[in-house]
Design a binder for this molecule. Sequence first.
Ligand code: NAD
Length: 429
Amino acid sequence: MSGSLFEDASQKLEKALKYSAMSEDAIERLKYPKSSVNVSIPVRMDDGSLKVFQGYRVRYDDTRGPTKGGIRYYPTVSMDEVQSLAFWMTFKCAALGLPFGGAKGGITLNPKELSKFELERLSRSYIDALADFIGPDLDIPAPDVYTNPMIMGWMMDQYSMIHRRITPAVVTGKPISMGGSLGRDAATAMGAFNVMEALLPKFNIVRSNTTVAVQGFGNAGANIAEMLFQAGYKVVALGDSQGAIYSKDGLDVPSVRQFKESTRRVKAVYCEGSVCNLVDHEEISNEALLELDVDILIPAALENQITEANAADIKAKFIFEVANGPVNFAGDEILNQKGIHVFPDILVNAGGVTVSYFEWVQNRMGFYWTLDEVNSRLKQKMVEESERIWTLSQEKEISLRTAAYVHALNRLGEAVSARGTKAYFIERV
Ligand code: NAD
């Protein structure tokens, strides 16, 4: 793989541009991020020393509204990665018709090496550095890899202290008791499940015969694996950063999850009450999980998992991108040639930002919805936009990924044109 993640991400957009009627002005605007901030975050460590971490926040485009996007804590976080994730958020919000632009943030670190006290000081210090760049009408962060509701709560708290006003709408994915929305924790997976249930019947898929492998067993991965298991799909492989497990007869996902919660390890177990026993399985690598002969593969960990290096060896018939950017441009081309159906990240994992939007709306109204209300509004949105993207892909004979980008581009183009186009200004002169 060559070039930066952002160059790779831009190629997917280039491919879609020829199918959209976007003006040159709009295309020019979308080539560059609106603003990128690089901050140094000083943290007093538990041993008394001072350590300075590098943090980032990129607001890619705000043509359609305040920018929105998660914050990632991970050792490989870089400006290139954050900019690419902000770019994807722009298209995701537009594809779903949410009144937001795209942003993303991150800090380069391994959060597993910090104590809870250090994590709190780091999270608050990050907001000290960014307090002038975020806000409910400006830029609204949310959780991403290795960040969680408690971290979002600290961030909201810190912003509120700086501005001397309780401001729940500045961050989403907060604990419920601090203004979080019911259903936000499982929203990314629930949205992906809605997309699967809307689009898989077009391929005559019968749940009980359908095998699934899921890479990543965190918020998104564990929830989607469990939803599919409960719906009757056969989940045969699961994996996290430590490795993966495979059982051709299927895994009992709630048991695996219960075991992981108490031991932090993914093991093939069957639990009755609090007693868990190992069941027949194979331990495999994360790379081997991706290449299993399954019906559905769900990458739900990190970007660039399927590239030109392994795409030819992928055997799944359907790939649902729950992670952001798990398939790079060259990998995508190979999968297309092989006839593998790839359901793109900007649609599949958009349930997270959709319920984040609901959380922001509820915070601003000061009126909170029931879980049923949240889930039924989410389902309506996911199914509606899935159908639109599906129809576009059929009409134009393009991949679902290209169709999702075209759909987003059309909405972005409209918002740019609403402010005047070259043709409009020239006609008036
Ligand atoms: P998480 O931190 O809850 O979980 C990440 C999982 O990935 C963990 O199980 C971890 O062990 C695993 N992992 C880490 N490195 C790995 C590696 N090298 N190989 C295999 N597995 C590895 O994060 P999450 O919120 O579930 O996010 C996962 C993906 O979903 C990311 O791409 C994220 O951007 C995307 N996403 C998340 C949300 C959300 O609301 N949380 C929304 C949209 C998209």
